[in-house]
Design a protein around this ligand. Structure first.
Ligand code: SF4
Ligand code: SF4
Length: 425
C-alpha cells in the first residue's frame, strides 16, 4: 500500500486490514464520542489522563479502517489530508494497547451503543504483534509457552515434583494421564510457581467429593500467552495441547483453573480458535465446586469470624458470567462475608490482567490503577480478600504490599479445601 513503508510496518497494517471485520466497522461507525468508556476504565479514572480513554487506544486501527474501508477516508488519504499510520505511532501506542489495557471489559459494558472495545483491542494487538510492536516481556512469555510449555518456564518435571510433594502431604494418589477419567484438570503456571498448595487442595476436594480426575502430562498449562499478546495462531497452538491431551485421555470434562484468561481461552474462544468443536465440556473449577455443593457432594465446616470479601476476576464475571457460584461457596463457609462496592459484573479489575502484570515497565501505572481497588477495600475493612484467579491474586498481593496494607489474599479453592467436613461413610 505504501512504497516507503518498512516490511514489518507493512505486515502490521496488512494484519489490521485483515482483522477489520463487520463488528469492528460497525463499532467505529457507531461511536458517538460520549466518553462514557473513559469513566469505566481504571487507567483513566485513576490518572485522569485522556490518552487512557478506551476508544482512543484504538486510534491507529480507526485510521486504518477509515482509510481502507470508507469513501471519505480513501479520498482524504489520496489528497494527503489523512496521514498513513507510521511505525512511530505504533510505538507510541504500544503502552496504550498493552500496559494500560487488562482486557477487563468494563468499558464494553459501559458503552451505550454496545461497542465491544475488548474485541477491538484484541484485534489491534494482532496488528501490533505483526508489526513488531508487542512488549518484550510478552514476547518472552509467549516464546517460553511455545518452546517450554509454559510462560513461566514450568516444565513437566516441575509439575511432577509438586505432585509428589502433594501426594506425600495428603496421603492421596494424584492421577496423571489416567485414561477414561471424567475430568482433566488444567493449571496456570502462576498457580504452580506461586501457589502450589492448590495441588493438595484439589486432591483433597476431589477425594472428598469422589470425583474421577487426572492431570495430563502433555496438557497441564492453561495460561494462554497467545491470547494475551494478540496472536490467535499461537493461542490456537497452546489450546490444541490441552484439547489433544483431553482427546487422548477420553475425558468428559476439562476443568479450567483459577486463571481468568485461561477460562476465556478454553471455555469461550477455544473451538473458534482451533476451528473444530470439542468432544468434551469445559467447566471452571469454581463452577464445578458449586455443582458439587448443590449436589450435596461438597460439605464444609463453617469458619471463624474472619471478615472477608470476594474479588470478581473480570474474565469470570464480566466475560464469563460466573457470578453466583463463588458466592454460594463462600456463603456456605464464611460467617462474616461482605461485598465490595461495584461487585459482580461491575467489579473493578485488579489492574494486572490481559498480560499487564507481566510487563515490568507497567508497574508504576499498575500501582496507580490499584488505587481504585484500594478505595473499594478501604470502605469495607476486611481481613481477607478471596478470589478465583491466580493472576488477580498476585496482582492484589502486590498492590496491598505496595500500600502497606495487611489484608491477606487467598484462593477460593484452597479456602474450601481448608474447611472440608469429614468425609462421609
Ligand atoms: S478493557 Fe478494561 S482496561 Fe481495557 S480499555 Fe476497557 S476498561 Fe480499560
Ligand atoms: S462509550 Fe462507546 S460510544 Fe462512547 S466514546 Fe466510548 S466507544 Fe464511543
Amino acid at each position: 500500500m505504501n512504497g516507503g513503508m518498512n516490511t514489518s510496518l507493512q505486515r502490521g497494517i496488512n494484519s489490521m486490514i485483515e482483522q477489520i471485520d463487520a463488528p469492528i466497522a460497525t463499532f467505529f461507525t457507531s461511536c458517538v464520542h460520549c466518553g462514557l468508556c473513559a469513566d469505566a476504565c481504571l487507567f483513566y479514572t485513576e490518572t485522569q489522563d485522556p490518552k487512557y480513554t478506551p476508544i482512543y487506544k484504538l486510534e491507529p486501527l480507526r485510521r486504518v479502517w477509515q482509510q481502507q474501508y470508507t469513501f471519505w477516508g480513501k479520498l482524504m488519504l489520496k489528497l494527503g489530508l489523512s496521514k498513513p499510520v507510521t511505525d512511530e505511532e505504533l510505538s507510541a501506542w504500544e503502552p496504550l494497547l498493552y500496559d494500560s489495557c487488562t482486557l477487563c471489559g468494563r468499558c464494553s459494558l459501559a458503552c451505550p451503543v454496545g461497542n465491544d472495545i475488548v474485541y477491538m483491542v484484541r484485534k489491534m494487538r494482532e496488528g501490533m504483534v505483526a508489526s513488531g510492536h508487542a512488549p518484550d516481556d510478552l514476547k518472552g512469555a509467549t516464546t517460553r509457552s511455545i518452546e517450554l510449555g509454559s510462560p513461566m518456564g514450568i516444565t513437566l518435571a516441575t509439575l511432577q515434583a509438586h505432585i509428589k510433594h502433594a501426594e506425600k502431604e495428603t496421603g492421596l494418589t494424584i492421577p496423571v494421564d489416567k485414561e477414561g477419567a471424567d475430568y482433566m484438570m488444567v493449571l496456570s503456571s502462576a498457580e504452580i510457581a506461586d501457589f502450589s498448595e492448590i495441588i493438595p487442595a484439589l486432591a483433597r476436594i476431589f477425594d472428598h467429593s469422589n470425583v474421577s480426575w487426572t492431570f495430563a502430562s502433555d496438557g497441564y498449562e492453561g495460561t494462554n500467552s497467545g491470547m494475551q499478546i494478540g496472536s490467535s495462531d499461537l493461542a490456537a497452538v497452546l489450546l490444541n495441547r490441552i484439547v489433544n491431551a483431553a482427546e487422548r485421555l477420553k475425558v468428559k470434562y476439562v476443568i479450567s483453573p483459577e486463571c481468568g484468561h485461561a477460562y476465556t481461552a478454553l471455555r469461550w474462544e477455544g473451538p473458534n480458535l482451533i476451528g473444530r468443536p470439542y468432544p468434551f465440556a469445559v467447566v471452571h473449577i469454581i463452577e464445578l465446586l458449586d455443582e458439587l455443593r448443590a449436589a450435596g457432594r461438597l460439605r464444609t465446616e463453617g469458619m471463624d469470624d474472619t471478615r472477608l470479601t470476594f474479588h470478581d476476576p473480570c474474565q469470570m464475571v464480566r466475560r464469563g458470567g460466573v457470578i453466583e457460584q463463588p458466592r454460594n461457596l463462600l456463603k456456605q463457609v464464611a460467617s462474616n462475608y461482605v461485598e465490595m462496592s461495584d461487585q459482580g459484573v461491575q467489579n473493578w479489575c485488579c489492574g494486572g490482567g490481559g498480560g499487564v502484570s507481566a510487563i515490568e515497565r507497567a508497574e508504576p501505572l499498575r500501582f496507580q490503577a490499584f488505587n481504585r481497588k484500594k478505595a473499594q477495600l478501604d470502605a469495607i475493612h476486611v481481613d481477607t480478600i478471596v478470589t478465583s484467579c491466580s493472576n488477580c491474586r498476585n496482582v492484589l498481593q502486590d498492590g496491598l504490599d505496595h500500600n502497606h496494607m495487611k489484608t491477606s489474599v487467598v484462593g477460593l479453592t484452597e479456602l474450601i479445601a481448608d474447611h472440608l467436613a469429614a468425609k462421609g461413610p
